[in-house]
Design a protein. Sequence first.
Length: 648
Amino acid sequence: MALLISLKSIRKTFTSGEVPVHALKDVSLDIEEGDFVAIIGQSGSGKSTLMTILGCLDRPTSGQYLLDGEDVSDFSPDELAERRRRMFGFVFQSYNLVPTASAEENVEIPAIYAGMPAEERRDRAEALLERLGLGDRLDHLPNQLSGGQQQRVSIARALMNGGQIILADEPTGALDSKSGRDVLATLRQMHAEGHTIIIITHAPELAESADRVIEIRDGQIVADRRLRPLPKARQTTPQALAPAQASAAVAADVLEAMRMSMRALRANLFRTVLTLLGIVIGVASVVAMLAIGNGAQQSVLSRIAAMGSDLLIVRPNMANFRGGEGGSIVSLIPSDADAILELPNVAFAVPEMSSTMTVRAGNRDTQTTVNGTVPQFPAAKSWEVGTGTFLSAADMTSYAPVAVIGQTVADTLFPEGEQALGQYILIKNIPFQVIGIMARKGATAGGQDQDDAVLVPLSTGNLRLFGARNVRSITVQVQDDSAINVTQDQIQALLDARHKRQDTQITNMAAIRETFTETSNVLKIFLGSIAAISLIVGGIGVMNIMLVSVTERTREIGIRMATGARARDILTQFIVEALVVSALGGVIGIALGLSIGGVAQALGVPVSFAPGPVVLAFGSAFLTGLVFGYLPARNASRLQPAVALSST
Ligand code: ADP
Ligand code: MG
């Protein structure tokens, strides 16, 4: 029969410790197809090392290894993975099943890396387990099976991709004698069906069932006996998986990796939840903070816009009044407004006098702000009359005792739909006829009710209500926004000249709006940074958990590599795992963030949801998974199969 394996002067030296260990010294060995070889030797003699080299799990330090005619001694890791996948099936003393996968899923693993379609894979795994007497144990986890059963699962796994060569390292070492005999009988059965079997043992009596016994001592072959002749060629020799089929779909697809990672994440549910938490908090804070930040900014901006950005508000400068003069501020007088109106670029100048007074109607009264002003008031304040009319120029010149009232005052003095228009209200016992009711304006940002006001002609108020000629403010609207700063300076100069001192100050709404926008943008960046920091913290959590996971699952990685996974497959699996965690955290975080925003909105906080922050947060979470998952995944993929397998 054909020569399947040929070792020539193979040496393996381990240099990891302080002194180099020569595990194999000049081993030369030929094994033919269909043989049943036992390699025996004492513990530490080099048997397992020989097996890792035979099984392409490791490369020799020197020497030549011809596998089916090809020199694999200096094959790349991927090429070695391909040979393992196609030609070998491994059976280990400690079974080496993936603890989180069921019996059937364990048997399927080699076929995943060989790219076999899922259904075919399942059918074949079921058939193999049935043949090995485990048809009723398909869904059991390894720890729900006895040692003998686990070893039979691992034999089924070895046969999954064909198992042309079955390498068994102390397959009965951990079993009681009956289970051991069963396993041995199964291996003999495989041999009868044409598989090439190489079994490693330190028990001489086990070796007697082999056709050929090779004894190894101190890394060298010391005896090579043939007990039975090599079987004749059979019709149905098991073949290695066709290379074409294997390479057609070698990549374990992402869906498969996702399925595996879901299982791994479920197996460590509590830890997964804790990891998720970091990402969830990060994403939720991005979404909620930006929604609330945006909402606050928009609400303030719209209030500023409602006030008009082309306004200048002139007020007495409080800082210039010495204490003691108290409330009677006399720096601004009504004629200042007329003077300002003469300046270029001034559309109108609306003076206001105001004082808190008791207003009565019938037997009801209310404390409210009485405001003396001019007909341009609604335009200057962007506040329209709801019903009736506003104060007219004629009212001004005739000192008419008329009033326009705010909604709150109307509701208080004329409740339950009582007609207010045309009625008289008493201010300081002077009757004023209600000629209009202002539209509802709402509260200021400071919570002050703007509808709690009564408006009377400035002339009438000045003469009959306020006594002193004090003007609280003059609201100036400019014609050309772009020249607002020049106009501001001109007004200041004019008033300083009129008053012979600087006792007024001017607020520029355009400047306020600008300042506010800048400030709130800074605030948003600040909020965003906090959120970003929490995402990074979440990412470090992912990395931490992935590093732990890789360390914990080193042996699983070894098993996957032994069954043919390439470094790339392992990399994919662990990155997908990190991405699954972060994407899941992202989705939950978005839901949580939106809910927090919703609750805030329900509580009256202005909130503005936009797709931008949601996409940003999810994208960042995903990226976090990718970035922080990469390092652990790369560590996993760089493990040597032989080293990973021997980890405890
Ligand atoms: P056996 O399987 O026959 O018990 P091994 O092949 O496991 O023996 O080991 C042979 C020798 O090589 C032993 O001395 C062992 O300590 C050493 N050895 C095996 N693997 C390593 C390794 N990864 N690093 C260092 N020394 C090793
Ligand atoms: Mg060993």
